[in-house]
Design a protein around this ligand. Structure first.
Ligand code: MG
Length: 288
């Protein structure tokens, strides 16, 4: 189940993760202008999911492929590691139920716009399988997989908050055919969970999609701090090494650029420079 690659896309098509705005035509026009024709549609917790028909129409008119929908939830906060543990995904017990229900509606939205995958940060999964939070999140993951399977979709866990062996154990424990990962090499660095390229040796066969994102390791003197995200090529990932490794594991799906933590003008500049960097590296890879 490697490499989510819709029929009409080329190998390693460059894609972008973008947040759905109020006007789909406007959002897609910006992406088309910079040469992008597919991407992951990020849906914030307060996004109005009833506008799927408008999105479907706009995507068709722009000839743009939504490769996945990415769900975020109200109340999530990525300020530092303890705050992420407390607020993100299905770990906080108080919001677990409402977020699970929202997830099903996001899957419906994805199905309506033709997206074949849903991707979520499910939160910090405890390493101990007997932990009640571990059990609760595993059961939600199973139900989300089963619901997504009805629409023929995969469920991709966003990587980074667990080490590769812990994530592998969790994937095996959930034990669903349509479960995999959206591999984000920067997250492993930002959370200090391990070398992302080595992690692909462990997790390679579960890779459904990838984020091209960069960042630096957390400062050693601040144990709760996250590392800092950087524009692609400016952090510790080593994007050339990352693409080499993706080729080795046989990944052929889109290379989806992700950039967070900057304003919209800077976002566009950084995404454009990331597109250029990926184009250069793809050209180099083709010559080798
Ligand atoms: Mg990511």
């Amino acid at each position: 189940m490697q490499g989510l690659k819709p029929q009409n896309l080329h190998e390693w098509e460059t894609a972008v993760l973008f947040w759905a705005g109020d006007d789909p035509n406007e959002t897609l026009a910006v992406l088309k202008r910079i040469g992008i024709r597919c991407g992951q549609v990020g849906l914030r917790g307060d996004f109005d999911l009833s506008c799927a028909p408008q999105w479907k129409e706009a995507l068709q008119a722009a000839n743009f492929t939504a490769t996945a929908v990415c769900a975020a939830y109200l109340g999530e906060d990525y300020s530092d590691i303890p705050t992420v543990k407390r607020t993100v995904g299905f770990i906080p017990p108080l919001t677990r139920d409402v977020r699970e229900k929202r997830t099903y509606r996001v899957i419906d939205f994805g199905a309506a716009i033709g997206a074949k995958s849903i991707s979520i940060h499910i939160g910090f999964v405890p390493s101990e399988p007997g932990d009640p939070d571990y059990v609760a999140v595993r059961e939600i993951a199973r139900r989300v997989c089963d619901y997504a399977a009805i629409h023929g979709q995969t469920f991709a866990l966003e990587t980074g908050q667990e080490s590769a062996p812990e994530l592998l154990a969790f994937l095996r424990d959930v034990n669903r055919e349509n479960l995999g990962i959206n591999f984000d090499p920067a997250n492993m660095i930002l959370y200090g969970t391990g070398d992302p390229i080595e992690a692909l040796d462990v997790l390679g066969k579960y890779v459904l999609s990838v984020h091209c994102k960069d960042g630096d390791w957390p400062p050693a003197a601040q144990p709760n701090a996250l590392g800092q995200e950087k524009n692609l090529g400016g952090g510790a990932v080593g994007i050339e090494r990352f693409l080499d490794k993706l080729a080795k594991i046989g990944y052929s799906g889109p290379l989806t650029i992700e950039r967070e933590g900057v304003d919209s003008a800077q976002w566009l500049k950084d995404v454009e420079s990331s597109i250029q960097l990926i184009a250069q590296l793809k050209q180099r890879a083709a010559q080798n």
